[in-house]
Design a protein around this ligand. Structure first.
Ligand SMILES: Cc1cc2nc3c(=O)[nH]c(=O)nc-3n(C[C@H](O)[C@H](O)[C@H](O)COP(=O)(O)OP(=O)(O)OC[C@H]3O[C@@H](n4cnc5c(N)ncnc54)[C@H](O)[C@@H]3O)c2cc1C
Length: 453
């Protein structure tokens, strides 16, 4: 496990060295779990355990449940809490206490660090503004050092690239170069002698989980369900990925995005299993391109671009062309409510919006079409981007993710893309229409399928 231990240190970033204090920090190391909601295959947990061992103190896991998190709704909370319950049980079986607090982290984390005399706070990595703001506020209030471990990306975001990358072709060689070093098997999380002093508050969590209703059309949640999904994709979807991943009527994609978003499975685990069980061919390479290059490029975008959810993040050529076409005639204009209620003239778009609302999922090809049409039917790019983000984050289970902000900025504002032939409204931004969809898949069959959901 030498390689793993070295990479473990490279995954870590010191956010704060702590403040000088006369206190005796003899309490537990706290692992503040946020984005990587799993007990297995979690570098942050492994790091916290190792540090606790070195300091000869126990370690405990803390999760803060924030209401109205970036517009998340009841079914998202349900999906998350069921996953957390599974993670909590796994940790408790290892003697590692798990605490869930229903307060904002900026309040609760400093309080418990103080009360428990914590010598070290470890947290996971999330490039989104909300987590970075929380971290800043926590750091201002705690005396102990704060370390961050990127357990979400296969190559830690800051190791993959030191800057905001222009496109996949500039990012790909950088990240692929580092894969051998970082894509390694995980060590096993060790058992900890049961710590009564900081015993879990899991009863409370069970009670909370029952407050959130389950949407019958949403998939089951948790690490076990994610692994079942991965196995099923390995057996049935992967061999058709290269030919059919642009076809929403074929089951050729993995549908792993909600599990990856909530960190119920790590993308490294998916990549390791795929590399173990599938031969090197176009299917495997195309899938790994999405899972590694495209996914980690989204984290790169949100980490280095503070305006990842604003038109300010668009490249200059895109800003210019969108401004030049802002006053072009639009044949249809819809309000946010009309779009939300699937009330457009376009049956394919309405079906996509309906599928998203009912199931919390939408095929990747349709996500592009869905967002591009919002550009066509709203007065300007700012409005299109804000509406797309709102609907995306309200209805998709995998919403509120760097992939979503990057995918929407790609669709509306050409990030990670290039200029195309100029046309009304879109200017040089890539355009999509229903005819193109008909060439790729059975559009009427899809509309019928959603109608029957
Ligand atoms: C307008 C728009 C909005 C999007 N919103 C989200 C979102 O909110 N959350 C989200 O996770 N993804 C989003 N995506 C990216 C992508 O469409 C989804 O990740 C993918 O369709 C999820 O389905 P899957 O797991 O079956 O994908 P698969 O094709 O099986 O791919 C496996 C994994 O690779 C990653 N991946 C695949 N395609 C992309 C991509 N284009 N960019 C980055 N990573 C990718 C995802 O983690 C995905 O789960 C969006 C894309 C667009 C164009």
């Amino acid at each position: 496990m030498h390689i793993a231990e070295n990479t473990l240190l490279k995954r870590m970033k010191v956010l704060s060295f702590g403040r000088q204090s006369n206190r005796l920090f003899n309490g537990p190391v706290i692992y503040w779990m946020n984005r990587d909601q799993r007990g297995q295959d979690n570098w942050g947990l492994l790091y916290a355990q190792k540090m606790a061992e070195n300091m000869k103190v126990p370690f405990v896991v803390v999760f803060c449940l924030q209401k109205n998190f970036l517009g998340a709704v009841e079914s998202h909370y349900r999906f998350m809490l069921e996953g957390l319950k599974e993670a909590a049980i796994y940790l408790q079986e290892k003697g590692i206490p798990f605490h869930l607090f229903s307060q904002s982290p900026e309040t609760v984390i400093p309080e418990i660090c103080d009360e428990w005399n914590t010598p070290l706070l470890v947290t996971d990595f999330n490039p989104l503004r909300i987590k970075r703001d929380w971290e800043e506020k926590v750091i201002e209030q705690v005396d102990c050092p704060v370390h961050q471990v990127d357990s979400h990306n296969i190559v830690p975001c800051w190791e993959a690239s030191p800057k905001c990358e222009y496109a996949a072709y500039t990012f790909r060689p950088r990240i692929l170069k580092k894969l051998t070093e970082f894509l390694v098997e995980y060590p096993v999380l060790k058992e900890q002698k049961y710590e009564k002093t900081w015993a879990s508050n899991h009863d409370w969590m069970k009670h909370l989980a029952s407050e959130y209703k389950h949407n019958g059309l949403h998939p089951p949640s948790g690490t076990k369900a994610a692994k079942v999904g991965l196995d099923d994709f390995l057996d049935n979807g992967l061999r058709r990925y290269a030919s059919f991943s642009n076809n929403p009527m074929e089951s050729a994609v993995s549908k792993l995005s909600p599990y990856l978003h909530f960190g119920q499975i790590s993308s490294a685990r998916c990549a390791i299993e795929i590399m173990k069980h599938a031969e090197v061919d176009e299917n495997r390479e195309n899938f790994l391109e999405q899972l590694i290059v495209r996914k980690e490029l989204s984290d790169n975008f949100c980490y280095y671009q503070p305006f990842y959810d604003k038109t300010l993040a668009f490249p200059d050529w895109a800003k210019k062309t969108l401004a030049a076409h802002e006053h072009d005639h639009r044949e249809y204009l819809y309000t946010m409510e009309e779009l939300d209620q699937c009330l457009t003239h376009d049956l394919l778009w309405n079906a996509a919006q309906k599928e998203m609302k009912l199931t919390g999922y939408l095929h990747g090809y349709l996500r592009m079409y869905w967002a591009k049409k919002i550009v066509e039917w709203t007065p300007n790019a700012e409005t299109a981007q804000q509406i797309a983000i709102y609907l995306n984050d309200t209805y998709l289970l995998d919403g509120r993710d760097p992939n979503g902000y990057a995918g929407i900025a790609w669709s509306v504002g050409g990030i990670h893309d290039r200029a195309w032939a100029e046309r009304p409204v879109f200017g040089k931004i890539r355009y999509m229409n229903e005819k193109g969809c008909r060439r790729k898949f059975d559009v009427d069959g899809y509309i019928e399928y959603v109608g029957n959901l």
